[in-house]
Design a protein around this ligand. Sequence first.
Ligand SMILES: *[C@@H]1O[C@H](CO)[C@@H](O)[C@H](O)[C@H]1NC(C)=O
Ligand SMILES: *[C@@H]1O[C@H](CO)[C@@H](O)[C@H](O)[C@H]1NC(C)=O
Ligand SMILES: *[C@@H]1O[C@H](CO)[C@@H](O)[C@H](O)[C@H]1NC(C)=O
Ligand SMILES: *[C@@H]1O[C@H](CO)[C@@H](O)[C@H](O)[C@H]1NC(C)=O
Ligand SMILES: *[C@@H]1O[C@H](CO)[C@@H](O)[C@H](O)[C@H]1NC(C)=O
Ligand SMILES: [Ca+2]
Ligand SMILES: [Ca+2]
Ligand SMILES: [Ca+2]
Length: 408
Amino acid sequence: MQEPPIPGDQHKKENTLSTKYEFLLWTCVLIPVSIIIGVIAIVIVIRYQSSFSSIDIKYDIDIPCNSLKFAKYASYSTGKGVYSISTGYLDSDLLLDIVVTNYDASNIGIYYGSGNGKFQNQKSITATSDVSYVAVRDMNNDNKSDIILAYAALNKIAILINNGNQKFSSPITYPVGIYPYWLDISDFNKNNLLDVVVVNSPDNSATILYDYYNLSFNSLKTYTVGNDVTAVFVADFNNDSYPDFVTTDNSDNTISVVINSKNGTFKNRKTYYTGIEPWGLASADLNNDNFIDIVNTNYGSYTLSVLFNDGYGNFNRRDTYYIGGNPISVALADLNNDTFIDIITTNYVDKYVYILLNKQNGKFQTYQRFSTDKNVYAITTGDFNQDGKIDIALITYQNTLNILLNLC
Ligand SMILES: *[C@@H]1O[C@H](CO)[C@@H](O)[C@H](O)[C@H]1NC(C)=O
Ligand SMILES: *[C@@H]1O[C@H](CO)[C@@H](O)[C@H](O)[C@H]1NC(C)=O
Ligand SMILES: *[C@@H]1O[C@H](CO)[C@@H](O)[C@H](O)[C@H]1NC(C)=O
Ligand SMILES: *[C@@H]1O[C@H](CO)[C@@H](O)[C@H](O)[C@H]1NC(C)=O
Ligand SMILES: *[C@@H]1O[C@H](CO)[C@@H](O)[C@H](O)[C@H]1NC(C)=O
Ligand SMILES: [Ca+2]
Ligand SMILES: [Ca+2]
Ligand SMILES: [Ca+2]
């Protein structure tokens, strides 16, 4: 099974080769020393970071459904190299459907929902190889959700218009920057025509495509963000009603917050430190002060960063939570129906979904984790069985889609 392609991996590989000999020599000296340092470090970490331990969890806060419960997960097969997942209403039955991209199979797969938590087998639509991201949105305002894809290897995005009766138009493509990796959709200039923001990983840039109408965009603008940008998420961070966006800058260990100038163009970004190799990203109000906060996964330091909005779109307060392994994807949803948003994340090297319940103040409990297939890559949430509780859907590098129904 292949590792997921990591932006910037190429440079890292070359660097590793050139220093291989040096590395071998050093390890002979460093191994005994590092063992001693390692033991000391583990003792310190266990002592001071209670979140490190998943065994002796004490949930001392009286919040609803403190011990979460999920039904044993259902597993559906996907295409080869399933990579991105999204959910929405893709036919007219008002039951949530799921769409995934099959990176190596050059197609996307749609799972039509039955409303009871079960899904039909995948119906695939030909796309291209290396489809790195999928989103669902009604782009042409005909009240039918369309599908938007990042065609990473072709340096384009693609839109498939929903023609009804589970039929979609052929993908129509639009050039963006190099290796578009992730995207989000909003109306940045508030003219009721949708705009798309795409992050181009090795380009260190974000492309905004403005005003989708009659199957085309009206104009395009590019902004600098951080190195090997992996993700983008749109939200109004300074509460001026104009949508802003945030990116994860994988090689810089930062997020970039980019604020709208109230006319759809953007101010220079502000950066804030995260952990090592920030990757997945989501935002929501986590402490119920009505300002939007930010959560990202740190692939290289096995943690989550939670960054709090001061009300003006500045994020100077950061909390860190240990997850372990290599966390990639993160989603935010209220899983115990107490109006406080909880965190759902995954860890690429194992077979669990990790949930951190909100202590109703923007601080989070030690994670609870639930079994899935191995190598969880991306997650999304939705009420798939219509019981008012938010469920979890995720994809794994076993080429599977897993559904976990919330029983809390
Ligand atoms: C949009 O579509 C949904 C589902 O098909 C339907 O229930 C709703 O009435 C439609 N709304 C409009 C404004 O057409
Ligand atoms: C839509 O685009 C087509 C093809 O470019 C063009 O012929 C047509 O006039 C456009 N319609 C509108 C309403 O702009
Ligand atoms: C948008 O607003 C900014 C800040 O007020 C201004 O510098 C810029 O020229 C404006 N751009 C457009 C296209 O109106
Ligand atoms: C955000 O802006 C709206 C509209 O101006 C205002 O009503 C609301 O109180 C603001 N929210 C906060 C938390 O300041
Ligand atoms: C969630 O909470 C609301 C408000 O307290 C309540 O009306 C609703 O029934 C709850 N939903 C579930 C699934 O328990
Ligand atoms: Ca549509
Ligand atoms: Ca617009
Ligand atoms: Ca704003």
